[in-house]
Design a protein around this ligand. Structure first.
Ligand SMILES: C[S@@+](CC[C@H](N)C(=O)[O-])C[C@H]1O[C@@H](n2cnc3c(N)ncnc32)[C@H](O)[C@@H]1O
Ligand code: SF4
Length: 442
């Protein structure tokens, strides 16, 4: 079953050449979502955590890091001239790897490179994934000076023994000090946690989340540890250290969710928790939550995404495009003036409509065909007809308690939420006679 983190899912991507990508970028100027979202990927980390399932590599020598950063600027210089300069930036996001292990003035220069080329919307979201293990007070202040409006801190667990077992450095300065610095600078704070690691118990994880709640972050994510040792060999070390039993892992999440809800956080999707005044919650209530590969966003910040760096995926209205996953190839191609794109997918008009339906269902657990049709200037029946809307299948799902069906809307019930992907698949024309294989839910 596809995860539907994008529509179509990434395993539908096929070869995409540089000329096709350039055309897609030029065409994107004429398409809806005129806002610009930029994603910058930095693949290196100072130390690799044994659990990590991301595309991360050990930090190379300084000159290679500098070369990678130069390549990022060169790639940006190849794409920016293709974009209409009247468009506005609504988001910039740095991910990795560990983007905060770049020299901090290099991050500031990258922001300036992008921000000097376009105006921004009011209150754009300029966000970065931060590893607190390597930032001192000066480091946090320098990052704040670079113009960020939101920082995600990878905590994973507050228990020092858990972090040691997974080869992760704890925060260099106490987290409450970090909060003080960032709060003074009006920066929103997200905290990332991971459950299902060795030494974690339902009680210890509850303790970690209690400490988090006391800090009052704006958003908090509890990732379920994905154990994929056939892809990530280092995870075998965690098997040796002893992974918690599945029922304990489930309890860790349930206890954490209960505590967060008691403390006034509301749940968005599977694992995100936000304060009730957060714009994501308001968007969820109005069924207007969106998602891209960088995370959730609202209609205010949503945009077409242009990605820079190795593995980066651009998400345009009518196309996806992914860069090479090989760092050396990325650098050498960019230095020879070539856009390092490899694969992608072009969406026709009907697929763009299906994407709206599936995205709404996946983010909001709700789809209103009439509202989407009106917004996109098509007939409601036509919108239904480009999906594989089948009233009998949907009625069966309703009888099973998975959803509530109205003439023009589908609402997933609380009991039905684990089956949201099945409902999405029932509306997806690509799932008809598919021979593709998809990951199992983790
Ligand atoms: C790119 S990292 C965040 C930035 C920085 N590298 C750090 O670790 O603080 C993104 C997030 O992926 C999550 N993650 C990594 N490996 C995972 C796994 N095997 N299963 C689930 N989540 C994972 C971690 O919680 C991490 O915070
Ligand atoms: S979790 Fe973050 S710091 Fe650790 S290896 Fe993965 S990307 Fe690097």
């Amino acid at each position: 079953m596809p995860r539907y983190t994008s529509y179509p899912p990434a395993n539908y991507f096929a070869e995409l050449g540089e000329a096709d990508f350039k055309n897609a970028v030029l065409e994107s100027n004429e398409q809806k979502d005129s806002n610009l979202s930029f994603y910058i990927h930095f693949p290196y980390c100072p130390r690799l955590c044994h659990y990590c399932a991301c595309n991360s590599y050990a930090m190379p020598q300084t000159e290679n890091v500098e070369r990678y950063i130069d390549a990022l600027h060169k790639e940006i210089d190849m794409i920016l001239p293709l974009l209409n300069s009247e468009r506005k930036i609504s988001q910039i996001h740095y991910g990795g790897g560990t983007p905060t292990s770049m020299p901090l003035d290099a991050i500031k220069e990258l922001n300036q490179h992008l921000l000097s080329a376009f105006k921004t919307i009011e209150r754009p979201e300029i966000a970065i994934e931060c590893h607190p293990g390597y930032l001192d007070e000066n480091g946090w202040q320098t990052l704040a000076d670079a113009g960020f409006t939101r920082m995600s801190l990878g905590i994973q667990d507050f228990n020092a023994d858990v972090l040691k077992t997974v080869n992760r450095k704890p925060s260099l300065i106490p987290i409450n000090e970090v909060f003080k610095i960032l709060r003074q600078r009006n920066i929103k704070i997200n905290l990332d946690f991971l459950y299902g690691l060795p030494l974690q118990t339902p009680e210890s994880f509850y303790n970690t989340i209690s400490q988090a709640v006391a800090l009052a972050p704006d958003r908090l994510v509890t990732f379920s540890y994905a154990h994929v040792p056939w892809i990530k060999k280092a995870q075998l070390i965690l098997e040796k250290a002893g992974l918690p039993a599945p029922e304990n892992k489930e309890k860790m999440f349930d206890n954490a969710a209960q505590l967060l809800e008691k403390e006034g956080y509301v749940r968005i999707g599977m694992d995100h928790f936000v304060k009730s005044e957060d714009e994501l919650f308001e968007a969820l209530q109005n069924h207007r939550l969106h998602r891209n590969f960088q995370g959730y966003c609202t209609r205010r910040t949503t945009a077409q995404v242009y990605a820079f760096g190795v593995t980066g995926i651009s998400q345009l209205t009518a196309a996806y495009a992914q860069n090479t996953k090989v760092i050396d190839e990325y650098i050498s191609e960019v230095f020879s003036g070539k856009i390092p794109v490899r694969k992608g997918y072009k969406l026709d008009k009907n697929q763009q409509l299906v994407r709206e339906v599936i995205e709404s269902l996946m983010c909001n657990y709700y789809v209103d065909f009439k509202e989407i049709a009106e917004r996109l200037n098509v007939e409601t029946d036509f919108l239904k007809s480009v999906t594989t809307y089948n009233i009998d299948i949907l009625k069966n799902m309703q009888d099973d308690g998975i959803l509530e069906l109205n003439e023009n809307s589908i609402k997933i019930t609380a009991e039905g939420s684990p089956f949201v992907r099945n409902v999405a698949a029932s509306l997806d024309p690509l799932m008809k006679n598919t021979t593709k294989s998809f990951s199992k839910p983790i």
